[in-house]
Write a new protein. Structure first.
Length: 227
């Protein structure tokens, strides 16, 4: 593992990704351009940043060796503004730029939270507890069952589970015309579109939610209306 910066959104934990993506979409819809420049962070990367301002030159940029980044639960981002002179997007690190976005699209409405001392940082709500004094490792272990430096990863949009196959015992017809008919107990036939039906052989219940392509479909004695 290296100390290089990682900005791959697919390296976020699904728990964070499911909260971040709706917020990002709302930010874009509100007319803002927002760049996420860091996501998952290795212990080596965190140690490298922690040393800055302490044992290495530069200003202090982090106060912990147990960052929410190390669990894929946080991002760092910056607002982008259009530079007419350069005809390019530029980064706006001012507090005012961040505040405009956070006021227009409050992260708290998306189960995300900010740190009072760090504008770029956005993390899932509750990681550090109500007083910001709980370790990220405690939240990660209790809520998600993960450890530091465990890159779970995520995919967005979320994959859609395939629909369950229709039961072999439930005749399904397609189209919009005609009727689906079964024998009535009083004699004759009854249209069962949208009704719950019982399979006599098994006692299971199915729903006929479509009608025949052309004319009527007679299901005979295979099914009968539920009583």
């Amino acid at each position: 593992m290296t100390a290089s910066q990682d900005r791959d959104l697919n390296h976020l934990h699904p728990y964070a990704r499911e909260r971040l993506e709706p917020w990002r979409a709302a930010v874009a819809k509100a007319g803002f351009n927002y760049l996420i420049y860091e996501t998952f962070r290795t212990p080596q990367r965190q140690a490298h940043l922690y040393a800055q301002g302490r044992t290495k030159p530069g200003a202090v940029v982090t106060y912990t060796l147990d960052s929410t980044h190390e669990y894929g639960l946080a991002t760092d981002g910056v607002p982008l503004v259009w530079d007419k002179a350069r005809q390019a997007w530029g980064q706006d690190w001012s507090h005012a730029a961040y505040d405009r976005i956070y006021k227009a699209v409050p992260p708290s409405k998306y189960d995300l939270e900010l740190l009072s001392w760090e504008k770029p940082h956005l993390q899932v709500r509750g990681v550090n507890g109500p007083n910001q004094d709980q370790s990220a490792s405690l939240f990660a272990a209790r809520v998600l069952g993960i450890k530091s430096n465990q890159l779970v990863g995520s995919v967005w949009p979320k994959p859609v589970a395939p629909k369950a196959a229709a039961s072999a015992q439930a005749p399904v017809t397609q189209g919009v015309l005609g009727r689906v008919l079964v024998p009535s107990r009083a004699g004759g036939w009854v249209d069962v579109r949208g009704q719950r039906l019982v399979v006599p052989a098994t006692g299971t219940t199915v729903v006929i939610n479509a009608t025949a392509q052309d004319g009527d479909v007679y299901l005979g004695g295979l099914l009968h209306p539920e009583r």
